[in-house]
Design a protein around this ligand. Structure first.
Ligand code: FES
Length: 100
């Protein structure tokens, strides 16, 4: 699991579980944009961190947000839930469909 893109390769790797699909995750693109560009279908609606349609469980890796507090409860945030439409990768990632 990398915490910075490999030299000469300016992107991370994103894998979804349980289906095992994989795509490039670009640091300046949201996870949702990277998944769509990589051909991975993921539910979405508002694309602005409000509706929670895209919610996912971060099984491995780290993300950052450009907004102060995306539409997650503190409990969800602490349990590793992320909103791929407004989250940016800072490492290789594994996303799971959430169990909540
Ligand atoms: S698509 Fe609405 S919160 Fe991500």
């Amino acid at each position: 699991m990398s915490t910075s893109p490999s030299p000469g390769i300016p992107f991370f790797t994103l894998r979804t579980e349980p289906d095992g699909q994989q795509c490039d995750a670009w640091p300046e693109h949201t996870l949702l944009d990277s998944m769509e560009q990589g051909g991975i279908a993921w539910p979405s609606s508002c694309r602005s961190g409000n509706c929670r349609t895209c919610i996912a469980q971060l099984a491995q890796g780290q993300v950052r947000y450009r907004m102060e507090w995306p539409g997650l409860t503190p409990e969800e945030h602490a349990s590793g839930c992320v909103l791929p439409c407004v989250a940016y990768p800072t490492s290789d990632l594994v996303l799971e469909v959430p169990s909540i």
